[in-house]
Design a protein around this ligand. Structure first.
Ligand code: F6P
Length: 335
């Protein structure tokens, strides 16, 4: 039987187990054997592998994390690593490798393809949603749901105390989690990497906005969603500054890795199942060097290189609505 390899790499994302399950079930369906490498590319370099059968993955789709473990593997960038990985794959008679991960993992996959002639298929697994070619990555929906849930809870206490809160969310260099969670929770303000480029945040501008919102709505809470890496020292430093310099009661909240745990949403489980099966079908079609994605309801194959060299923009319509309509800084004109 044809033998395929699979690994999960980089930051884990809710739904990775569901994707793995789909890969194994589809492979068995089509008569292929599956070898999983543990700890991402580390396992590929260290020959740490296990066979996976349907029974091993039968009931894993409801759990986040990854049962075959993941890792960041900086040494995979080296040529010697890619050569070693190619040798290991050949020695195991593996003809195709499925990589479940984000852009770093796909760069690694591309690097490997310079030294290995087997088929390589990517499956988008990252909470950041920062891969071109798919409307959503596996894990994004769950991360947004977790952030929304946390923001709702913050709102309760913020409202009770008439406080400003700065809630820091993940997303690496992309504002997808920030935008969706801000909108879903009715946040007063969001600071996203994509918007920072044109108009970097200043404390003075933030204070002005807080005061204007208060003038329009009366005293109450003000919740700001801050994407990570957008302020030196993050939410903690920014809230300390507001208190110290403007005497404004303010509290920080860092959601951090909480955004990667707990039960994946139905959307993530279903997306992961579709993409996992599609990855196996792409192997059967003879494809290589592509990522499976879902674009406007259609399963697609996107060149791996495109996934990190091109960028999905934030939804313009959502940006406009969140900025202009939900959080007016002026009183609406009455006519
Ligand atoms: O890429 C997923 C992600 O959770 C990012 O949002 C975040 O910047 C990063 O990983 C955190 O990495 P680590 O888990 O290695 O601390």
């Amino acid at each position: 039987a044809q033998r395929i390899g699979v690994l999960t790499s980089g930051g884990d994302a809710p739904g990775m187990n569901a994707a793995l399950r789909a890969v194994v079930l589809a492979a068995e369906h089509y008569g292929m054997d599956v070898i999983a490498f543990r700890h991402g590319y580390e396992g590929l370099l260290n020959n740490e592998h296990i066979p996976l059968h349907a029974a091993d993955v039968a009931h894993v789709l409801q759990y986040s994390g990854t049962i075959i473990k993941s890792a960041r593997c900086p040494r995979f960038k080296e040529d010697d690593s890619a050569k070693l990985a190619a040798d290991n794959l050949n020695n195991l008679n593996i003809s195709a490798l499925i990589v479940i991960g984000g852009d770093g993992s796909f760069r690694g996959a591309h690097h490997l393809s310079n030294y290995w002639s087997g088929q390589i298929i990517g499956v988008p697994g990252t909470i950041d949603n920062d891969l071109f070619g798919t409307d959503a990555t596996i894990g994004y929906s769950t991360a947004v749901a977790i952030a929304m849930d946390a923001l709702d809870k913050i709102r309760d206490t913020a409202d009770a105390m008439d406080r400003v809160f700065i809630v820091e969310v993940m997303g690496r260099h992309a504002g997808f989690i920030g935008l969706k969670s801000a909108m879903a929770s009715g946040a007063e303000r969001m600071i996203l990497p994509e918007l920072q480029k044109d108009k970097p945040l200043t404390v003075a501008a933030l204070v002005k906005h807080i005061k204007r919102v208060e003038a329009v709505r009366g005293p109450g809470s003000y919740v700001m969603v801050l994407s990570e890496h957008q302020w030196p020292g993050g939410a903690v430093a920014l809230s300390e500054q507001l208190e110290a310099e403007y005497d404004m009661p303010c509290r920080p909240c860092l959601l951090g890795h909480i955004q990667r745990g707990g039960p994946p949403t139905a959307s993530d489980r279903v997306l992961a199942s579709e993409l996992g099966v599609h990855a196996v079908e792409l192997i059967l079609k003879g494809e290589t060097g592509v990522m499976t994605g879902l674009k406007a309801g259609q399963l697609v194959a996107v060149p791996l290189i495109d996934t990190w060299t091109k960028k999905n923009p934030l939804d313009e319509n959502l940006l406009r609505i969140q900025h202009e309509i939900f959080n007016p800084v002026k009183k609406p004109s009455r006519s």
